[in-house]
Design a protein around this ligand. Structure first.
Ligand code: FPP
Ligand code: MG
Length: 298
């Protein structure tokens, strides 16, 4: 059924009647299509569901195009990003085109769905801004980090699940929480992988987040556990290139204080809650998606 979503996106892009845009679109790596998968599993594969899934994936793709410009990222899913290949202007414009076409099509779906999705995009944008602002300083406030993560990543996944439930005539509450938990856990696992995966697997240098100024949950937990001199040492390393020894020190401290395990258990708790909710409403296929999320290599 995901094939139908790919075809729908393709159709929307063709409708723009611009060969340049079609060619650029074809250079975007597809990714896992997690949001589309959720929508189809919750609501089935009718045309309206396929359209909604296609729209959400177009918005998501647009947000990543803009994010790579904002993050100065030259790779996306292990391939050169559009900004790396064609510059920032092209990446921003392609994002704008996909995003606005998605919104145009959204008008025809359902008023409640339009509201849920457009509100999530506002959250997404606020989240991106807060991500940038938080990384300008050494943030040690967990609640600020969680709020940003909810906005930046969980909001659109939550909205996808809620929109699908609305379209399918299912009570949206459980699906909304399911989507939110999945989104938060997804980002938490992503943050862990930034620390635990080698640069080859990840397609970016190790501890990249910290070098970029991002103090993700494991760093916040580590800071809480370190003594005065450890804290100063960690602060001093923030947002700059790290030597091999410095990387080693951070990893050692993280192992010693078990902060990776702590972050992983937190993500797992969210997933367990999501699984339980879906089991209660008899949606075992959705429980499986949640389970897969936490079982990514960590
Ligand atoms: C990736 O985060 C970024 C997001 C999930 C959201 C980006 C949102 C915007 C740029 C604002 C919305 C814009 C539009 C056009 C809808 P990351 O940098 O932590 O993850 P990464 O490692 O995948 O880059
Ligand atoms: Mg990024």
């Amino acid at each position: 059924m995901l094939k139908a979503v790919e075809r729908k996106i393709e159709q929307y892009v063709q409708e723009l009647n611009d060969p340049e845009v079609v060619a650029l679109y074809h250079q975007l790596p597809h990714g896992k299509r997690l949001r589309a998968k959720l929508i189809l599993r919750i609501a089935g594969g009718d045309l309206r569901m396929v359209k909604t899934a296609a729209i959400v994936e177009m918005i998501h793709a647009a947000s990543l195009l803009h994010d790579d410009v904002i993050d100065d990222a030259f790779t996306r899913r292990k391939q050169p990003s559009i900004n790396a290949l064609y510059g920032n202007k092209t990446a921003i414009m392609l994002g704008d085109i996909l995003y606005s076409k998605g919104f145009f099509e959204l008008n025809d779906i359902d008023r409640r769905v339009s509201k849920v999705i457009s509100n999530a995009v506002t959250q997404l944008s606020l989240g991106e801004m807060n991500d940038v602002l938080l990384s300008e300083h050494f943030n040690t406030d967990k609640s600020l980090y969680m709020k940003m993560m909810y906005q930046k990543t969980a909001s659109l996944i939550e909205a996808s699940a809620e929109a699908a439930a609305l379209l399918a005539g299912k009570a949206p509450e459980a699906y909304r929480i399911y989507g939110r938990n999945l989104g938060l856990a997804f980002q938490m696992v992503d943050d862990l992988l930034d620390i635990t995966s080698d640069s080859e697997t990840l397609g970016k240098p190790a501890l990249h987040d910290f070098v970029e100024g991002k103090t993700t949950l494991p760093y916040i937990y580590l800071y809480e556990r370190l003594d005065g001199s450890g804290r100063s040492k960690l602060r001093e390393m923030h947002a700059r290139k790290l030597s091999r020894e410095e990387q080693g020190w951070i990893m050692e401290q993280m192992q010693e204080h078990q902060v990776l395990i702590q972050s992983h258990s937190e993500a797992k708790r969210l997933i367990d809650e999501a699984i339980e909710l879906m089991n209660e409403v008899g949606e075992t296929a959705l429980s499986d998606i949640a389970r897969e999320m936490i079982e990514r290599n960590f």
